[in-house]
Design a protein. Structure first.
Length: 201
């Protein structure tokens, strides 16, 4: 069976956790498309040209251990404004979406650009303060030394860059179901996502 679920939203809204849980619930494969941009961003920190890095990207690059740092997140959002970088990553994402057995893709432009015909589209959001606090706790939990203000500024800067770019800006698809996780525990957010998808399928 082919069934594609598109989950978009800003940084640290809970997309990643919800997407993993939704994929496990339906037995579908999951692709965190942010990792593609993070892998390209990480290469630019070594001095590689972003367009060349995007063209050369392979699935193995997504397993690199150092992609979830704030520095790489910033580099990712900078390469993500480049049209040629985005274009080079389209086929990989669409091939994943078409795989037999069902797929969940999460990112910023899945419902609008990558999979406009997805069977279910969710837009997961939360207030900037709530998102920054979650990301702060996640980073501190991993042993990163960082303060709350830095994390909030980082989240806001990335959101602005993602929403204001000309190519595939972050915005809900017209037919996306909105889920605001600001006041939801993670299990409640997952239940809301599954209920929304069941209704659409
Ligand atoms: O989701 P994550 O925070 O890992 O994404 C890192 C960056 O990659 C985002 O800030 C965004 O600029 C970019 N991105 C994108 N389109 C996607 C996924 C991520 O532009 N589909």
């Amino acid at each position: 069976m082919r069934f594609t679920i598109a989950i978009d939203g800003p940084a640290a809204a809970g997309k990643g956790t919800i997407s993993k849980a939704v994929a496990a619930h339906y037995g579908f494969a999951h692709l965190d498309t942010g990792l593609l941009y993070r892998a390209v961003g990480a290469r630019t920190l070594d001095g590689t040209d972003p367009i060349e890095a995007a063209k050369a990207l392979t699935a193995d690059d997504l397993d690199a251990g150092n992609l979830r740092t704030p520095e790489v997140a910033q580099a990712a959002s900078k390469v993500a404004v480049i049209g040629e970088v985005r274009a080079a990553l389209v086929d990989f994402q669409r091939a994943f979406a078409r795989r037999a057995g069902g797929a969940v893709l999460d990112g910023r432009d899945i419902g609008t650009v990558i999979c406009p015909n997805a069977d279910a589209k969710l837009f997961v959001t939360a207030s900037a303060d709530v998102r920054a606090e979650r990301r702060y706790l996640e980073l501190v939990g991993k042993g990163t030394e960082i303060d709350r203000e830095t994390v909030l500024a980082d989240v806001k800067e990335r959101d602005a860059r993602d929403m204001e770019r000309a190519e595939a800006p972050l915005k809900p698809a017209d037919d996306a179901v909105l889920i605001d996780t600001s006041d939801l525990a993670i299990q409640e957010a997952i239940a809301a996502a599954v209920a929304a998808i069941d209704k659409l399928s």
